[in-house]
Design a binder for this molecule. Structure first.
Ligand code: GLU
Length: 457
């Protein structure tokens, strides 16, 4: 069976780096196993879900380097969920309940005071047709619970029922179904909770591996039971640890600054985000990985630890800098055009400045520094001015190359007796107006003799 995974966010906001971790775990898993990636939008909550968010999520995934084989929306599949509901009802596995939240809370307290586990006591199973008619005549609408298979004959006598799976990330996991309330699958207003639509889709879309955050571990016992109730084999499951900020606080759709869109606007490279999102909280070092193929080679879901994956957003800038430092010109040529960088000097320029960038957009500043009309206006003390006059008089003839700077500065050193900082600082200031920057041996051929001479103070 072809490995098939899915990434299933609700399109109720922008995705952040923590969601990207889930998407990437799935994408890399599919990639390693020659599998397929289904993009599923869990948009049964039609009031909060928006097509703009779904579009934005797809855009963000593409930008990160994730290209779904298929895109689907739960809001287009309600009749499939209805069909599953009918089957569960016919099998007596979905039953109507009428308690209000206050009544449920009271029942919970009573059970706790009797030292019973605070789970739903299945009182609604005892209701007859007349009781239900009377409750509905009061204006109550039923919500529907799935009868968990945690009893032998009598549902009111539950017994320990372990559901186990070999988690791709966490290893052996077990949930005792007798420790859980029968889950509500349909609310009183007729809307679905996520549990049933997700299982129906996983079955019908041929999902073989469900990889998601460890906040879903307890859902898995229920969902495995639901797969069985619907006559299907459960897929394999993997639950990865969640990314949390250094403060220990979890990320939410409201973590605006860490949304993929805002990181992109801030000039963070997709592979910086992917490297951090995937490698944090694993046994691998966090390092800049240049391509998705390289990241797939490093990726091992079982390397993720069980504790929270704490990360420092500042690491994104370090990773970004490191990625840019070795990025080939072909990878940035088109994007540099947006900063005005083009023409025959573009490649040499890129190789000269890429080690000095926090963000690609910083290239614009260096392009200005090597542009023809840039005139650094630095006031020099008399001694430095005299030194520079001597130095510029010694500029070699063209053609210039990577050796020209060395040849020139050796001649200047011989003539003036200056060396080290006293030699290099005034030259750098005269040529760039700045204290530091790319290697002058790279910048000099970019400027050319005429332009260099024009910068003589
Ligand atoms: N829509 C669910 C979520 O975003 C999907 C969980 C799952 O992958 O099963 O939490």
């Amino acid at each position: 069976m072809t490995v098939t995974v899915r990434f299933a966010p609700s399109p109720t906001g922008n995705i952040h780096i923590g969601n990207a971790r889930t998407a990437l775990f799935n994408w890399l898993f599919a990639r390693k196993n020659g599998g397929r990636f289904v993009q599923r939008f869990d948009d049964t909550d039609q009031a909060r879900s928006k097509q703009e968010f779904a579009d934005q999520i797809l855009y963000d995934l593409h930008w990160l380097g994730i290209f779904p084989d298929k895109v689907d929306h739960q809001s287009r599949r309600f009749e499939r969920y209805q069909a599953a509901v009918e089957r569960l009802k016919a099998a007596g596995l979905l039953y109507p309940c009428y308690e209000t939240p206050d009544e449920l809370e009271l029942k919970r307290k009573i059970r706790l005071s009797r030292k019973l586990p605070p789970i739903y006591g299945r009182e609604a199973l005892a209701l007859g047709d007349e009781d239900r008619a009377a409750l509905e005549a009061e204006g109550r609408k039923p919500h529907w619970r799935f009868l968990l298979p945690n009893y032998q004959r009598d549902p009111s006598e539950t017994q320990r029922t372990d559901i186990s799976w070999n988690d791709i990330v966490r290893g052996e996991e077990t949930v005792d179904l007798a420790s859980l309330s029968d889950p509500v699958l349909i609310r009183a207003d007729g809307t679905y909770l996520y549990t049933l639509p997700s299982v129906v889709d996983d079955i019908e879309m041929g999902i073989t591996h469900v990889i998601r955050g460890d906040d879903h571990v307890t859902n898995t016992g229920v969902q495995i039971a639901l797969f069985k109730a619907l006559g299907a084999d459960a897929p394999a499951f993997g639950h990865h640890n969640l990314l949390t900020a250094a403060s220990g606080e979890g990320l939410s759709k409201r973590s605006g600054a860490l949304s993929i869109a805002s990181l992109r606007e801030d000039g963070i490279e997709p592979m910086a985000i992917a490297s951090l999102a995937v490698l944090t909280g694993t046994s691998e070092n966090i390092e800049p990985v240049p391509s998705m193929g390289d990241l797939a080679e490093k990726f091992d879901p079982a390397a993720a630890s069980r504790s929270a994956a704490k990360f420092d957003p500042a690491d994104l800038v370090h990773l970004n800098r490191a990625l840019l430092q070795t990025m080939p010109f072909t990878a940035v040529r088109d994007r540099l055009v947006a900063f005005g960088v083009g023409g025959e000097r573009a490649e040499a320029f890129w190789l000269a400045v890429r080690g000095n960038l926090d963000r690609l957009s910083d290239a614009a500043r260096w392009w200005e520094v090597v542009s023809k009309d840039y005139r650094p206006d630095v006031p020099f003390a008399e001694a430095d001015a005299a030194f520079l006059a001597d130095a510029f008089a010694l500029l070699p003839d063209e053609p210039w190359n990577g050796e020209t700077w060395k040849a020139w500065t050796s001649a200047v050193k011989d003539k003036t007796g200056r060396k080290g900082k006293a030699l290099f600082r005034p030259l750098r200031l005269a040529l760039t107006g700045l204290e530091s920057g790319p290697e002058l041996s790279d910048l000099l051929p970019l400027l050319g003799r005429e332009e260099t001479l024009a910068r003589r103070p």
